[in-house]
Design a protein around this ligand. Structure first.
Ligand SMILES: NC(=O)c1ccc[n+]([C@@H]2O[C@H](COP(=O)([O-])OP(=O)(O)OC[C@H]3O[C@@H](n4cnc5c(N)ncnc54)[C@H](OP(=O)(O)O)[C@@H]3O)[C@@H](O)[C@H]2O)c1
Length: 336
């Protein structure tokens, strides 16, 4: 069993990243194995296919053990419960392609293994109040995420476990900011939603995957502190690498590229009503891409994490510099 005392004695601990080859998982794995290597005795990157290009890249990182995992076959040598034994921290970064049962299997195995910290696969919208935003027409992905968190609470109680369930909400990934905020690069048009009458425009929290990795590395020792110190910590962590309105992002884009962006603003309540009507036909659990729902959440100001936990993970910005939109666009320009 992984215990606080074993961590304190060793000063290092073991971590498993489930979904390590994914968009977020590979950044977390590479960041932990380089910048934060000193914190870990083992870094285990889990994949279903160790022969994939990304899995091979990860296996070349110093100190990273790539392990093949099965979520469903309990007789398999790589069955998730066996792989997670003696692991102190589990980061679940399975994406939308993974099923509920696969994600739940990771959770259950983490709690049974008495991992000290379990990060559920959140890393986006703080959907805890989505019932108010989308009464009876929420997106299936967030319904599944809430069920996973509820199951986590139940399993912790059932097993008398002291596993900390730490959810991270980071708003939009910086690397996906244009796709999600609605920039059509072929017409240089930003289609976005805002309340009527505008302005003021709502601000949106945007965090790079690299900064999510920094935040995870920062939170681990905080939550590994002796029980009495760590119990008062928030377990729902909101991050805002940077905060901007869509017109501000368009201005930054113009500043860096010289390209004028046309703004096509629509009334969020009209678009929301349309979505509600569509979902009456589609059913109450929306299975398509979440982009439409995210745009509404942005338009209603619910992705504005001005109230955030940046200071907990990166006090005074002393641990690292949050990556901003301008830096990201400059990088894109250099890659052209
Ligand atoms: N804030 C944002 O803008 C934003 C954007 C995207 C995602 N997210 C969130 O970030 C988290 C991680 O998402 P991601 O996009 O990084 O994940 P992803 O790349 O879609 O998937 C991560 C890994 O899951 C593994 N996997 C295991 N079972 C799978 C299955 N049945 N089907 C498909 N893949 C499977 C795959 O690894 P192997 O094939 O190696 O096993 C894959 O590389 C999610 O919670 C997601 O909602 C947030």
């Amino acid at each position: 069993m992984a215990t606080t005392s074993s961590f304190l004695a060793r000063g290092k601990f073991s971590i498993a990243i489930v979904g390590a080859t994914g968009r977020l998982g590979k950044t977390i794995t590479s960041t932990l194995s380089t910048t934060y290597k000193y914190q870990f005795s083992r870094i285990i990157a889990l994949t279903r296919d160790e022969s994939s290009d990304v899995a091979r890249d990860l296996s070349r990182l110093q100190g990273v053990e790539v392990r093949v995992v099965s979520f469903t076959d309990s007789y398999n040598e790589g069955y998730i419960s066996r792989v997670l034994q003696n692991v102190d921290v589990v980061v679940n970064v399975l994406g939308a392609g993974a099923s509920v049962s696969e994600k739940d299997a990771v959770l259950e195995a983490s709690i049974k293994a008495r991992a000290r910290i379990y990060f559920p696969s959140e890393f986006g919208v703080d959907h805890r109040n989505n019932d108010k935003i989308f009464p009876s027409f929420d997106h299936l992905e967030w319904i599944k995420k809430r069920k996973h968190l509820k199951l986590a609470d139940e399993l912790v109680k059932q097993h008398g476990s002291d596993t900390k369930i730490v959810s991270i909400y980071c708003g939009l990934f910086l690397e996906m900011v244009f796709a999600v905020t609605g920039l059509d690069i072929s017409t240089y048009t930003f289609s976005y939603l805002a309340p009527s009458p505008a302005p003021p425009f709502p601000r949106v929290s945007i965090t790079s995957t690299q900064d999510v990795a920094h935040a995870i590395a920062s939170l681990i020792p905080i939550f590994m502190a002796p029980q009495d110190l760590s119990t008062s910590l928030p377990t729902h962590i909101r991050l805002a690498g940077t905060l901007h309105t869509v017109p501000e992002i368009a201005d930054i884009y113009k500043k860096v590229t010289g390209e004028e962006i046309k703004l096509d603003r629509k009334d969020v309540s009209e678009v929301k009503e349309k979505l509600r009507e569509e979902m009456k036909v589609e059913g109450t659990e929306w299975r398509g891409a979440p982009g439409g729902h995210i745009q509404i959440i942005m338009g209603e100001g619910m992705l504005d994490f001005t109230d955030n936990d940046n200071e907990l993970v990166n006090p005074g910005g002393a641990r690292w510099v949050w990556k901003g939109v301008e830096e990201y666009i400059r990088e894109l320009q250099q890659q052209k």
